[in-house]
Design a binder for this molecule. Structure first.
Ligand code: LLP
Length: 387
C-alpha cells in the first residue's frame, strides 16, 4: 500500500554476540530468547489504535518468560488445548479468564468442559459441539470460527481457510449452526477467522473482516470480530519486513466501516520469531562427491520448519562472522532422515570446523515448541536474555 516498509536495525544477537557465544558455551542445542525484542514487537501492536484487544497465540512460543513479558505489555492469550490452558494459568495464576481465548480444533469434549469451567472465551469450529454436547453450552456466550472460504500463508500446510482446510464453519452452513445454538441455549457474541500464517499482504485481513462483519450483521448478537493472527515475518534479511503501517491502516478502515464490532487480533509469530535464535555446534564437516555438508548437533528434531515447510532460516557461523566465505554447503542435523536439512547451499566461512557455534535466526516462533525427541535425542535447552 504505497510506501516501502522501513528496514529494521541489525538483529539483537549481532549487538550481543559475546553473550550469545557464552550461552552457547553452556551447551547446545540451545534456544535463546531476547525479551526486549518481544517487548518491542508487543508495543508496536499495542499502538495500533483500531485494535480493541490482542491475544498472543501461545502455540508459537509458550516459554514462561515470554508469557510474563506479554502479559505485562497488556496482551491476552489464545490457547488451543487443555495443556496450553493449564500451562498458561500455571505461569500466570492471577490472569483474568476474560483475557483468554480457547480456540481448539477437533478437541475432545473434556477440553471444552475444562475451558468452560475456567470461564475463558470459548470458540467452536462447527455445530458438532452444540448438537452433541448441548448441556455444556446452555446459557453460554460463544465465539464462532468461520471459514471465509479462502486461505493464505507461507506454505500450503499453514493455510487454514477453504474447503481443503479442517477449520471453521462454512458461511453457507451458518443458518443451521444458529439453529443448533438456539436449541442449545447459547448465544454467538463473537465471530472468529484465522486463514493462515505468514501473510504479508494486509488486504487479506480486509477481506476477512468484511466477510465476518457481513455475517455478524445477520446474526444480531455479535459484539466483536476476531480476525486471527498470521502476520508475516521477513526471514530473509534482504526481504521487506512486514508492513505494519499498512496492516494498521487496513484494520482502521475495517473498524471504521463497522464501528459496532470491537476488533480483536491473535498474533503469534510476529511477537516472537525475531526474538529467538537456535544455537548449534558443528559436529563434522564432510564433502561427499563434491557436495559439502556442515553437520550440526541438532536438526529437524530441534527445528522442524525447514523439513516440514521448506522454510528458510538464515544460518551464520557466530565465531567466524568476519572470515571469508567457503563453497556452498548444506547444513544438516544428526537425525536419520534424508530430510534432516536445516539449510541448503549456504556460504558459511571456509574455515568452519568442529565445535563452531552456528546460529539459526528467526527461530523464536514455532521452534522449541515443535521440537521432538526423534532418535531419542535430547530436547534443546532454552534460555532468555533481558536488558
Ligand atoms: N490463531 C489461530 C487460531 C491459529 O491457529 C494460529 C496459528 C494463530 C492465531 C497464530 O498465527 P501466527 O500469527 O503465528 O501466524 N507451525 C507453522 C505455523 C502454524 C500456525 C498455526 N496457527 C510455522 O512454523 O510456520
Amino acid at each position: 500500500l504505497g510506501l516501502p516498509a522501513q528496514p529494521r536495525p541489525p538483529s539483537w544477537w549481532r549487538r550481543r554476540r559475546r553473550e550469545v557465544l557464552e550461552a552457547a558455551a553452556r551447551g547446545t542445542p540451545l534456544y535463546l530468547y531476547h525479551l526486549p525484542t518481544v517487548r518491542e514487537r508487543a508495543r508496536e501492536l499495542m499502538a495500533l489504535p483500531a485494535v480493541d484487544r490482542r491475544f498472543y497465540a501461545l502455540k508459537a512460543n509458550p516459554h514462561p518468560a515470554v508469557l510474563r513479558t506479554l502479559e505485562a505489555e497488556g496482551f491476552g492469550f489464545e490457547c488451543v488445548s487443555a495443556g496450553e490452558l493449564a500451562h498458561l494459568f500455571a505461569v500466570l495464576p492471577g490472569l483474568a479468564p476474560d483475557r483468554v481465548l480457547f480456540t481448539p480444533s477437533f478437541a475432545p469434549r473434556g477440553e471444552y468442559e475444562a475451558a468452560l469451567a475456567r470461564g475463558v472465551h470459548v470458540t467452536v469450529d462447527s455445530a458438532y459441539p452444540l448438537r452433541h454436547w448441548p448441556h455444556l453450552f446452555r446459557g453460554r456466550d460463544l465465539v464462532l470460527r468461520v471459514d471465509p472460504g479462502f486461505g493464505q500463508g507461507h506454505h500450503e500446510k499453514v493455510r487454514t481457510g477453504g474447503r481443503a482446510a479442517k477449520f471453521g464453519l462454512a458461511a453457507d452452513e451458518l443458518g443451521e449452526f444458529l439453529q443448533a445454538a438456539r436449541a442449545a441455549g447459547a448465544r454467538v457474541v463473537g465471530l472468529h477467522a484465522h486463514i493462515g500464517s505468514g501473510i504479508h499482504d494486509p488486504g487479506h485481513w480486509r477481506a476477512v473482516h468484511a466477510r465476518l462483519a457481513g455475517l455478524a450483521d445477520g446474526i444480531g448478537t455479535v459484539a466483536f470480530i476476531d480476525v486471527g493472527g498470521g502476520l508475516g515475518v521477513a526471514y530473509d534479511p534482504e526481504a521487506d519486513p512486514f508492513d505494519l503501517e499498512a496492516y494498521g491502516r487496513v484494520l482502521a478502515e475495517a473498524r471504521a466501516a463497522w464501528p459496532q464490532y470491537a476488533l480483536w487480533i491473535e498474533p503469534g509469530r510476529y511477537l516472537v520469531a525475531e526474538a529467538g535464535v537456535l544455537l548449534l555446534s558443528v559436529t563434522q564437516v564432510v564433502a561427499k562427491q563434491g557436495l559439502r555438508r556442515v553437520g550440526a548437533d541438532a536438526g529437524m528434531n530441534a527445528l522442524l520448519r525447514p523439513a516440514l515447510y521448506d522454510a528458510w532460516h538464515e544460518v551464520v557461523n557466530l565465531g567466524r562472522m568476519d572470515e571469508a566465505e567457503g563453497p556452498p554447503a548444506d547444513v544438516v542435523g544428526p537425525i536419520c532422515e534424508t530430510g534432516d536439512v536445516l539449510a541448503r547451499g549456504r556460504r558459511l566461512p571456509a574455515g568452519t570446523a568442529e565445535g563452531d557455534v552456528l546460529l539459526v535466526d528467526h527461530a523464536g516462533a514455532y521452534g522449541a515448541v515443535m521440537a521432538n525427541r526423534y532418535n531419542l535425542r535430547e530436547l534443546p535447552r532454552e534460555e532468555v536474555l533481558d536488558d
